[in-house]
Ligand binder design. Structure first.
Ligand code: COA
Ligand code: NAP
Length: 263
């Protein structure tokens, strides 16, 4: 589906969970993969995993909220592996909290990572993209268009990420750059799901709200990322693509949100 040979894929926030699964999906195609996040330990472990797939990998550290650090880490990746063919932007933070239980810094930390961080990654990666033909994939969330209690910060931030996808698809399309959002649903064995499913005994109820009757896997997300980066998706730009087993169609997660979060 996606032939990674000779391609450089960079995954921002690619050192754990869904984003690392996507990085591994690309590594398996023979692509050279670069990842970065804040923790050097996570970067080292991720690079080791990627190399185990038999490809070349590079890792660096940066906080996406810091524009200088983002520019430096992107330069490091490009110096090591050349211009970027596929850019995945997935760094994010989440915790369940009512708006009245959040300080300005709490709300701002999530908006700063998810939204401003995505802007930094895309804005400063643009000059390094292999154009025309580059593909950008923003990792969004159902909260972008479905209001969820205790998630005002994430809803606001991810709605902004999807608008960034659409506006940059407009601005960068003429330069041969496609920009899309991949929207994971409830993905098992991830930090994000662990944080939201406060009451683990509700997992069965959650699954009943998914039309396909199971939680998703990081591989489900990785396969769709490969599609979006591939030539099969050459005429797809500005799309917001759920990978959620139909969960967002059901609308049930709005009612479920209190149960998921144990309230
Ligand atoms: N309820 C209310 N406020 C909370 C909170 C919670 N559960 N958890 C953190 N905060 C507040 C902190 O108190 C702080 O505000 P303050 O300075 O007014 O006290 C603010 O959020 C920032 O916290 P801090 O720990 O300093 O931020 P950070 O930048 O180190 O980390 C987070 C960012 C908070 C998002 C952290 O959870 C994180 O690093 N997450 C990454 C992993 C993750 O969330 N994965 C799932 C992705 S979907
Ligand atoms: P995760 O494992 O915690 O992944 C988040 C990644 O972002 C980590 O590698 C983390 O590494 C990095 N990161 C966090 N803050 C950063 C910062 N300020 N600067 C740079 N890197 C940062 O969580 P996940 O659940 O797999 O989520 C991955 C993506 O999927 C997120 O965009 C999330 O919103 C989305 N999503 C997840 C689900 C789900 O079910 N899990 C559902 C919908 C959407 P460091 O800690 O080293 O920085």
């Amino acid at each position: 589906m996606f032939d990674g040979k000779g391609k450089h894929v960079l995954v921002a926030g690619g050192t754990s969970g869904i984003n690392l699964g996507i990085a591994e999906g690309f590594a398996k195609t023979g692509a050279t993969v670069s990842v970065f996040s804040r923790s050097q330990d996570k970067v080292d472990a991720a690079v080791e995993k990627l190399i185990a797939h038999g490809t070349q990998a590079w890792g660096g550290t940066a906080d996406v909220r810091d524009p200088d650090a983002v520019q430096a880490v992107l330069q490091g990746a490009v110096d090591a592996n050349g211009p970027i063919d596929v850019l995945v932007s997935g760094a994010a933070g989440n915790f369940p909290a009512p708006a009245l239980g959040m300080s300005s810094n709490a709300f701002g930390s999530v908006v700063g990572i998810d939204l401003l961080g995505s802007f930094h990654v895309l804005r400063f990666a643009f000059e390094h993209l292999n154009k025309p033909g580059a593909s950008i994939i923003n990792i969004s969330a159902p909260q972008a268009w479905l209001p969820m209690a205790l998630q005002s910060h994430v809803c606001a931030a991810k709605a902004g990420v999807d608008m960034l996808t659409k506006t940059l698809a407009l601005e960068w399309g003429p330069m041969g750059v496609r920009v899309n959002s991949l929207v994971p649903g409830p993905i098992k064995d991830t930090e994000g799901m662990d944080r939201l499913l406060v009451d683990k005994s509700k997992a069965g109820e959650l699954i009943k709200t998914v039309p396909l009757q199971r939680m998703g896997t990081v591989e489900d997300c990785a396969d769709v990322a490969l599609f979006l980066a591939s030539d099969y998706a050459r005429y797809v730009s500005g799309a917001i693509l759920p990978v959620d087993g139909g969960w967002s169609l059901a609308g049930a997660q709005i009612a479920m949100s209190h149960a998921m979060m144990g309230s």
